[in-house]
Write a protein that binds this ligand. Structure first.
Ligand code: IPE
Ligand code: IPE
Ligand code: MG
Length: 242
């Protein structure tokens, strides 16, 4: 089979952007410098994904566990978000990119939460790719908040005791967004690190040894190319019956 002879491109891609710290270390720099380069890589990949026609791109920016890092590193990452998010309006407008947020906004510094809310609002009419920033995001945390929303609503067909998958899915952070088809992780670690635990139930996984700051269009194309040749069975049997 040729590289692109299989299925279509993924509708939704999630990326665990890992390896900023290792990249910095390898270049004899401070970890913070790695995050700055990681941001540049994220911009490259957003553009590449949008040009490729991917519908949704979820970027794992900061996990609910990343608060364990030093105050200086956490502060630097939050500073990057604060500094760059609003500055990207022109880029979003040019590329019709709609920005969304996944994660607990209430646990973020107030100004950052407000800035995200503004960006989400200002881009909500853009009809191109949706970029979901997973910021103060944890898959378990999202599920806890979903269950709380479900309980607060008090309604599932047939009552809470009969709650079904759809009732929980409807209470996730972005219930209208389809599940990720492909989850990519850079920097070689074979783990989920609390990313999209519910939504990623049947995502195809792609791990690359390349550190995130080094990612280019070609790396995204390679991941998508491999995805296109995967046999997705969802617990069933292959289309050819094997
Ligand atoms: C990913 O890079 C960025 C965040 C988690 C915020 P890391 O900072 O985890 O880089 P490594 O894993 O230490 O190399
Ligand atoms: C996952 O990377 C979180 C993000 C990329 C934002 P980590 O570096 O935090 O994950 P672990 O600690 O290696 O599992
Ligand atoms: Mg890491």
């Amino acid at each position: 089979m040729g590289a692109f002879s299989g299925r279509g491109i993924p509708r939704h891609v999630g990326i665990i952007m890992d390896g900023n710290g290792r990249w910095a270390k390898r270049h004899g720099m401070a970890r913070t410098q790695g995050h700055l380069e990681g941001l540049k890589a994220a911009k490259r990949i957003v553009k590449a994904a949008s040009d490729m026609g991917i519908g949704y791109l979820t970027l794992y920016v900061f996990s609910t566990e990343n608060w364990k890092r030093t105050a200086a590193e956490v502060g630097f990452i939050m500073g990057l978000v604060r500094q760059y998010l609003r500055g990207e309006m022109d880029f979003c407008r040019e590329n019709h990119i709609r920005v969304r947020h996944a994660g607990d906004a209430a646990g973020l510094p107030e100004d950052i939460a407000a800035e995200i809310a503004e960006t989400v609002e200002d881009t909500k009419e853009f009809g191109g790719m949706q970029v979901i920033l997973a910021l103060n995001y944890g898959g378990r945390d999202e599920l806890v908040r979903a269950v709380r929303r479900l309980v607060a609503k008090g309604a599932a067909d047939g009552g809470l005791l009969n709650a079904a998958e759809e009732d929980i899915a409807a209470c996730l952070d972005n219930p209208d967004i389809p599940d990720p088809d492909l989850i990519i992780r850079s920097a070689g670690e074979y783990r989920m690190s609390n990313f999209l635990l519910w939504e990623g139930a049947y995502a195809e996984l792609y791990v690359s040894a390349k550190l995130w700051p080094e990612w280019t269009d070609a790396d995204l194309a390679a991941a998508v190319g491999e995805y296109r040749n995967r046999d997705r069975r969802y617990g069933g049997i292959a289309a050819n019956g094997e």
